[in-house]
Design a protein around this ligand. Sequence first.
Ligand code: XMP
Length: 521
Amino acid sequence: MAAIKEAESLDSRFFKPADAFFSAYSNIGLTYDDVTLATLYSEVLPRDTQLTATLAEGLQLNIPVISSDMDTVTEARMAIAMALNGGLGLIHYNMPERDQLSELSRVKNNVHGLNQDPIKVSPDQLIGDVLTLIEKKRLGFSTFPVVDSHGKLVGLLPGHVVKHRYARRKVVEALTPRKQVHTINKKELGRDPIARADKFFMENPGIHKLLVVDDQDRLNGLFTMSDIERISQERNAQFKPARDSHFRLLCGAAVSATRNAFGELDRNRILNHVGALVERGVDVVAVSTAHGHTKGVGDTVKMLRDAFADLPIVAGNCTSGAGVEFLADCGADAIKVGQGPGSICTTRIVAGVGIPQLTALFVTSRMAQKKKVKILADGGITKSGDIVKALTMADAVICGGLLAGCLESPGETLEISGKPYKQYRGMGSLTAMKQGSAARYGHSNDSTRKVAPEGVEALKEVSGSVDRVLGQLIGGIQSGMGYLGAANLDQLREKARFIRVSPAGQREAAPHDVVELKTGG
Ligand code: XMP
């Protein structure tokens, strides 16, 4: 007993809980690589750790990872992949409002097996138009239901005819006619549409699409065999997809504190748009700006809280206790924390403002506890170990750069010297602001006015699918929790003990004095 006491007191002189540690460093801003976490006695196996995070009443994620609302990170494809892995995507707002609504619908209508709003083509379109559509929307498939102007099913355009050599032909000349298309009446789907579709695909080898029609033969949806297979696999996955109470994937959308021509908050426009998002089933809106501790953001949050009492609201960004208190009082449920830590950010250089991320998380999390709101660690995360450190104070993390190289992020894959890359740019970069995100940085969208960019345009090496990248990150988080004996995120927050790392300690932490082999995998 005495020996344990002695060991504990020895450890506690070096490895401090967050309050004692950050108070001792109150005169310096610290970030992820400045600290490391001490190991603790553990009976917890990494694979048994729980990563559930509740961000607001009714908004629960199965992994605490959110993809950033950036135009090179999150549109429908990314949001679908994030939710299927148990996380959440925030669809960016650098696009017309109606486009953001349809991106949201694509997520909400996606897999629970049946895609209720599949992309359709019309009989009179040219195959060349279909090819343009695929390119413009960066679709990963080329088979489309064909419907007439009343939504009635005319046939199916199979992928093998969607080729440049047929570009001048009309869809009607190349489609598989209605009679030969496999369909099911929606009334026949029963209580378990997945099982019904699964049975169909078992009984019809080689058929990959099943179209759903109503009594008038109007198209009501589409089953794809790969979706059905994925859902069947999901039942065995450790981290279940993040779904709403209707079994639809969770999805968030970012909105800005839009101003009208007179510089006043455009209340009607914001309310109408958020109303339309809510109608389509949005699970959370994020009032997303570079500086959230402002009247404009506060008024927007208050207005949304008044209009949509039950809607989970994220707001930000802040790095101070006062900022968190302000946004919490306005009605936000969760606050984005981070000013300038992002991999494409130049705010600290351009504006001379911002707080190193771990200190910012400590300060904001202490106020968040008082105000009973949640904290999202936004930006600066480059490896799974950073996420473990962030989660000792935050409730979830927001990643941009780590996900921008994934196949599911928007944008083309470029090849440079044989290596594949994807574009990744700051929302405060000049090109992104010209496309609409200037409001996020408090500038007008008028491209003739000179503004100082607060972000850069960059490239990321293609990193594979979201499944793969998140698999690696989650493995790292679970490993960190195992080292601390933390079975869930609450225990991680309670148990974490910090120590400052010297520059030599930082070098020691990465592979050194070896020639590293890239073994892939
Ligand atoms: P990571 O490090 O994950 O950071 O790439 C993503 C986060 O960075 C923020 N962001 C910006 N910050 N200038 C900035 O100072 C920008 O142009 C910019 N664009 C995005 C944002 O919070 C994002 O989630």
